[in-house]
Design a binder for this molecule. Sequence first.
Ligand code: ADP
Ligand code: NA
Length: 330
Amino acid sequence: QQKKRVFSGVQPTGKLHIGNYVGAISQWAENQDAYDNIFCVVDLHAITIPEAIEPKAFRAKCLEVAALYIACGIDPAKSTIFMQSHVPEHSELSWLLNCVTPLGWLYRMTQFKAKSGGSESVGTGLLDYPVLMAADILLYDTHFVPVGDDQKQHIEFTRDLAQRINTMFNAGLVIPEAQIRASGARVMGLDDPESKMSKSTGEQKKGHSIGILDEPNVIKKAIMSATTDCENEARFDHCGPGVKNLLTLYEVMSKQPREQIEAEFHGQGYGKLKKALVELTVEHLRPVRERYADLMNNQDHLHDVLKTGADRARAIAGTTVTRVRDGMGF
Ligand code: ADP
Ligand code: NA
């Protein structure tokens, strides 16, 4: 019995945060042995926000994300790690898919609406983002896509598109499923618990996010100044969104049952919860930061990992593109 295939990725933009870690990367690492894993640094996605891109910084950011995957526990001996742009089949399949994707499907995507803000001067790539994402996933006959809650709609889109291609061209694409954590799939901003913690905001605003690579004193400041409500409730289903966010982070990192966490912090004042979360987060991220520093001291090794990863990814992706091309009559 062959292992099921997992594919996922993170965009090399902004400041990677605990939401990316909890919602995505930690899940990849935890389930690594159960699946045949492919983890991609999705650099072609990153350029859909061209303002964010300055060539030198971009190159460094791409390598940073690859190093972070490994530092967070992805083992290159078990999982394939590669840079999206090193495998040209992503661009090729995405064009083939583009030509049969109804424009209306793309206009419905909430991420596009939010990121474009209704402006028509944004790059076409921003609208087209879900097609490239569908190509990423479908290229590898992916069964499961472990992602945060914000990507749900894009996975639904990918499933619909795969079904459409299979019906039109008998391409035999595997229909993927999202894998979304029951708790921690949508970490909220510490400064604004009404909106999702995000990389771009975290880069601009102190106190918005906890960076995966933040120093202990920065983590402490962010958590201690997190927005909470004035009640003293520390129960998951009875508190405001700011406290729920802190409780959820505590839950995911401590792996304790909710009842135990509530028993510990309910009616105590939020200072106690915040201090405990600072300690837990600092200890949790310390080894990641240390491994990251080691990896950045030996970048040749990182480049080797990415080369090996791209070679393996390309071999798989090539067969899928051939299937779709054949189906279309090329
Ligand atoms: P961002 O949205 O922060 O720019 P990406 O779009 O690169 O990050 O997403 C990388 C992964 O992290 C995706 O699986 C996404 O769903 C997940 N993710 C992003 N933000 C959060 C969050 N606040 N909580 C949980 N998961 C998140
Ligand atoms: Na996102």
